[in-house]
Write a protein that binds this ligand. Sequence first.
Ligand SMILES: C[S@@+](CC[C@H](N)C(=O)[O-])C[C@H]1O[C@@H](n2cnc3c(N)ncnc32)[C@H](O)[C@@H]1O
Length: 341
Amino acid sequence: MIEDHRQPNIAAAAAPADSIVGEELLVDSSTDSDSTFGEAADSTTTSLASSVTNYRYEHGRRYHGIEDGRYSLPNDDAEVERLNLQHKVWEIALNGHLYVAPIEHESLNEVLDVGCGTGAWCIDFADAHPGVQVLGTDLSPIQPHNVPTNCQFIVDDANEVWVYGERFDFIHTRTLLLGVKDWKKVLQQAFGALKPGGWIELHEFHIPIACDDGSAGPESAVMKWGTSMYEGFKKFGVDSMATAKFREYLEEAGFEDIRETHTKFPLGPWPRGDKEKAMGALFQKDIGDNLYGLSVKTLTQGLGWSTEEVDKFIQEAKADMNNPQIHTYFPIDIFWARKPR
Ligand SMILES: C[S@@+](CC[C@H](N)C(=O)[O-])C[C@H]1O[C@@H](n2cnc3c(N)ncnc32)[C@H](O)[C@@H]1O
């Protein structure tokens, strides 16, 4: 049973950026042993309509039906479950808030979540802001049907031309990183889709993953997992370090008031602090338990590994992720910026 960390009405307010998780995670040495802590019909959309449920099946998993190579993670029930867990991790990280940007509620009419996955963020946002229309887009129609009336989902590929017009007051992305080939173009298009004064907010990770205390060296399976995935993503035309250029791209697109904060999502309940432990335990499950499915397409198609090689490697990397003496984390980069009035 996952604890509900939200407080009433908190989702309708911005999270103070300094309240997320500290930039430093301190190791809790007492856990260095086994632990049990446990309206949008438009040209892009229409052109995709016939193929959206033409799913691809590989490695015992189901993938989206849009062009192969667009996005290398599955879209089946196991992935939906993983994304729901990931939503909980973010909920804890943001203390129940859904965003950081100082959006102006009086002028909030339409919100876009690009790469919405299960639609959990959209549904929570729509519930918290009943007067606001929330649109979630994704390559896969994996969102539930029973959603708030002010929440809508469409299949759309963010890499294609955006045809929304200057329409939204707030645009949000969260872990869309692996599905975007050209972030400069996506951020330019987001600028075009925002009304003057509207905000964009990006919550993205980067891979390779990291370890600050040397408990996982570069030759460890878990760290090699990060570097191998980075190389594999490159073969799909995806830069999993793209957040390093976000500020530059936001500036070039014309955004102002650009802010950023950097945090760490621990892989395991190894850091000090109840919040950090709760996040780490869930995130370890989210990534570790799903490591094969998250990696197999990238390592076989991207790097040419056999499934046997992937299987063996993933078992070793997963053992590292579950080892309480190994202190790795995903670096998370959050940016928010405003379109000039
Ligand atoms: C890791 S999931 C995150 C989902 C959701 N944002 C969340 O935080 O729960 C990434 C989602 O982005 C979608 N996606 C990937 N590339 C995309 C693209 N080019 N256009 C639209 N959606 C995309 C995937 O289908 C997947 O559902």
